[in-house]
Ligand binder design. Structure first.
Ligand SMILES: [Zn+2]
Length: 444
């Protein structure tokens, strides 16, 4: 394998680079820090959650709030999921991390754009920062723009192992079947527990959303999700989340919990886009005739995601610090929804944030934090250094004792490029890698 640095060296200096003159010192480690788990509810908003908390319908989220601190998490623009989740994972804005939207240039130079991928990113991500510390492990599942999987200590299950609805809407790069997971052996192991769209019957789906006869037929007849079309998008989105939950269960049941574990669910976002006119019909000047018929769809889906969250929480070590976040919030578009054209709901900057666990303040509420503060705060919780070049800050108001953060700093975690040399695994991949390299997407 023609690697610029050997495997062991690449792992040890994943972030700091091999022989780079600007290589930062390896991070200091505080192995005593309890583990951190991040649970993502894509597009979730307090506007939906607050009345549900009063009705006792989100018991797992309520328990985290009672035992921790809540806040609004304000997303940096643009409010697009691949951008927002990358900002949360890098601590940098779109201008710096380079993931500018759903579509990004095709690294093979063949012209039309492709769905944003990890090789478009130009800043180290949390899975690389943590892997660079001695003895620390990560486990990321279903996080946006993690494909192709980058080498880490631990595992990455990319956003393309589970069914990804964006595959139907954006052009995929060549060699799309490679690097669905790191390590690669996980792909077969986890594929066995994946929940494919065709495996979920109408009964399961209509238990969550009371579609009428016609919608049920459309839902089950769909061979792919149609953008902003409730029945099809919901069916395929359900399979994404059910799969990522199954991966998470399997990994937590068969392996030690990593120091930083993360999994994200997307149905809260899907539901907001396609059911908001049912949830809040009064927000539309010209609502469809049946607006309000599926009024319970959004709350019922939040309830389901809360149950899935409970399944994860039950498997985590008791001393885990849990961060539950959304990448952005959701609001009415005020425009009549039209499948293929207009959503009923769209993104709002105000997302959700809850932090709960040992050493964190209980029953507290902060006004808001920036999505740029997330990466430094996670690093501080793990006892790892925060980088001087990160624009965000450690949100120390979350800590019972400000001394919880050891104050360690390094100049920068760099661009994370060195980790990408491990992409090559077969001759076919090698040709692809050469093209990526020629175009500057990956390092030597
Ligand atoms: Zn969305």
């Amino acid at each position: 394998m023609a690697l610029a640095c050997g495997f062991v060296i690449a792992m040890a200096f994943l972030v700091s680079g091999c022989g780079s003159s600007e290589a930062p010192a390896p991070p200091e480690d505080d192995p005593e820090a309890p583990p951190v788990a991040v649970i993502g509810w894509d597009g979730a908003t307090w506007d939906v959650i607050e009345p549900m908390l009063l009705d006792g319908r989100l018991p797992h989220l309520a328990a985290l709030i009672d035992g921790g601190t809540r806040a609004r998490l304000l997303a940096e623009p643009p409010l697009l999921s691949p951008v927002a989740w990358t900002t949360l994972a890098t601590g940098f804005t779109e201008e710096e991390h380079g993931i500018a939207g759903f579509n990004m240039p095709d690294p093979t130079g063949k012209g039309s754009p492709i769905l944003a991928a990890s090789f478009h990113r130009r800043r180290a991500a949390l899975w690389q920062m943590v892997s660079a510390a001695p003895e620390r492990e990560v486990g990321f599942i279903g996080w946006w723009t993690t494909w192709p999987a980058e080498p880490v200590r631990g595992y990455v299950v990319t956003d393309h192992l589970a069914f990804n609805r964006w595959d139907a809407w954006a052009r995929r790069p060549e060699n799309e079947a490679f690097h669905l997971t790191y390590p690669a052996e996980l792909t077969d192991e986890l594929s066995a527990v994946a929940v494919r769209p065709e495996q979920t019957g109408a009964e399961t789906l209509t238990r969550l959303v009371a579609f009428n006869e016609r919608e049920q037929q459309e839902m089950m007849a769909a061979t792919r999700p149609v953008i902003f079309h409730g029945p099809s998008v919901f069916r395929f989105g359900y399979s994404t989340d059910a799969s990522n939950l199954a991966f998470a269960r399997h990994l937590l049941d068969t392996r030690e919990q990593p120091d930083l574990f993360a999994v994200s669910f997307i149905l809260t976002d899907v539901a907001g886009h396609v059911f908001w006119h049912h949830y809040r019909p009064e927000a539309y000047a010209d609502p469809p005739a049946d607006a309000g018929r599926l009024a319970e769809a959004i709350p019922d889906i939040y309830e389901q995601v809360d149950r899935w969250t409970g399944e994860l929480l039950a498997r985590l070590e008791p001393d885990t610090r849990v961060l539950l976040i959304s990448d952005h919030g959701m609001r009415s578009t005020g425009q009549r929804p039209v499948p293929g054209r207009n959503p009923a709901g769209d993104h709002d900057p105000a997302g959700i944030f809850v932090a709960s666990g040992p050493g964190l303040r209980r029953g507290a509420e902060l006004h808001s934090l920036s999505s740029l503060d997330f990466t430094p705060t996670v690093l501080a919780l793990l006892g790892l250094p925060v980088a001087d070049d990160m624009p965000g800050r450690v949100v120390h108001e979350l800590f019972e004792d400000p001394g919880l953060w050891n104050g360690a700093r390094i100049p920068s975690y760099g661009d994370g490029r060195d980790g990408k040399v491990e992409m090559v695994e077969s001759p076919a991949d090698e040709a692809y890698r050469d093209r990526l390299k020629a175009l500057g997407y990956i390092g030597e």
